[in-house]
Design a protein around this ligand. Structure first.
Ligand code: IPM
Ligand code: MG
Length: 355
């Protein structure tokens, strides 16, 4: 098969980790007889420096015209003082919105080889966990009305959370379908004791549950969920939640896998369109030092092969190679407590050698 992949390397460690995943994709293409072409586009801080805009039109057009998109990370201290609508992060929201990527799948599982890195109690680690977080990605407070105004106490800033029935229904359906292909257990996380948007969310979850009698569904308040994730993560199979809660809970879930450097994600529209990226950020403190863990991006490329191109064997090959490398005890700095850690390029090579 021939596929055109747009590359959004971005800032910080973004270029290093995207280049790693590209090497792995090239090796997979060779092995399985595919032809992947890669076209880079600017996004984030590097786009601001080159064009004055975090998300140039050319980038949006290039992504829309490609078969799939691989993204590294955006942002860094250099651009932190820019106004909100010119910040690198705005580009990430912009591309998600322009591509209609309302679903964000963030799998968090404990690799047996990384049990030692899990910060939880041994009896909790023993039970393991394998969670799929389905995060709504183009609505809620990230996209609501915001601004500055004169309030009761003078200068005031505000952000608003709004969710339409349509937006909730479509993400909740994706979550039920996802749970159906897994262990058939869905936890919907909200703050229905306080927020109106959560009460509508919960009502719709219960309505749609009637269409999925084979899936067990439960509601959980987000504060409790934050606690349950570290108390008993094994209780979760599929989680569905709003944009903001999903952002926070997926970072928490990543840390109990051992390192945020391990978690991939897929952002999907209702159709075949998708963008694949690690859940971690641009890590400016280690940028350009060849220290980053490329595994989250490599696993994001594996998700691309599966979800965008329906290449299951190819995707499994990457996942298995990562497993092998971890089982051999190979570790980048984020996961290494003894000995010399592998560099980003060494880890990439190790994965390719184990394909
Ligand atoms: C993520 C990130 C982004 C988000 C930021 C960089 C805008 O934290 O993908 O989780 O909040 O969605
Ligand atoms: Mg985040």
């Amino acid at each position: 098969m021939k596929k055109n992949i747009a590359l959004l390397r971005g800032d910080g460690i973004g270029p290093e980790i995207v280049d790693s995943a590209v090497e792995v994709l090239k090796a997979v293409a060779d092995k399985f007889g595919h032809e992947f072409t890669f076209t880079p586009y600017l996004i984030g801080g590097c786009a601001i420096d080159a064009t004055g805009k975090p998300l140039p039109e050319e980038t949006v057009e290039g992504c829309l015209a490609s078969d799939s998109v691989l993204l590294g990370a955006v942002g860094g201290p250099k651009w932190d003082t820019l106004p909100g609508n010119l910040r690198p992060e705005k580009a990430l929201l912009g591309i998600r919105s322009a591509m209609g990527l309302f679903t964000n799948l963030r799998p968090a599982k404990l690799y047996p080889a990384l049990k030692e890195e899990c910060p939880l109690r041994p009896d909790i680690v023993e039970k393991g966990f394998d969670i799929m977080i389905v995060r709504e990605l183009t609505g809620g407070i990230y996209f609501g009305e915001r601004g500055y105004r004169e309030g009761k106490y003078g200068e005031e800033a505000y952000d608003t959370e709004a969710y339409s029935r349509m937006e909730i229904e479509r993400i909740v359906r994706v979550a039920f379908e996802t749970a159906r292909k897994r262990r058939k257990k869905l936890t919907s996380i909200d703050k229905a004791n306080v927020l109106e948007t959560s009460r509508l969310w919960r009502k719709i979850v219960h309505e749609i549950a009637a269409e999925y009698p084979d899936v067990e569904v439960a509601d959980m308040l987000v504060d409790n969920a934050a606690m349950q994730l570290v108390r008993n993560p094994a209780q979760f199979d599929t989680i569905v939640t709003s944009n903001m809660f999903g952002d926070i809970l997926s970072d928490e879930a990543s840390q109990i896998t051992g390192s945020i450097g391990m978690l991939p994600s897929a952002s999907l529209s209702g159709g075949t369109r998708g963008l694949y990226e690690p859940i971690h950020g641009s890590a400016p403190d280690i940028a350009g030092q060849n220290k980053a863990n490329p595994i989250a991006t490599i696993l994001s490329a594996a998700m691309m092969l599966l979800y965008a191109f329906d290449m299951k064997a190819e995707s499994d090959a990457i996942v298995e190679a990562v497993d092998k490398v971890l089982n051999k005890g190979l570790r980048t700095a984020d996961l290494c407590r003894e000995g010399t850690p592998l560099t980003c390029t060494e880890m990439t090579k190790a994965v390719i050698d184990n394909l």
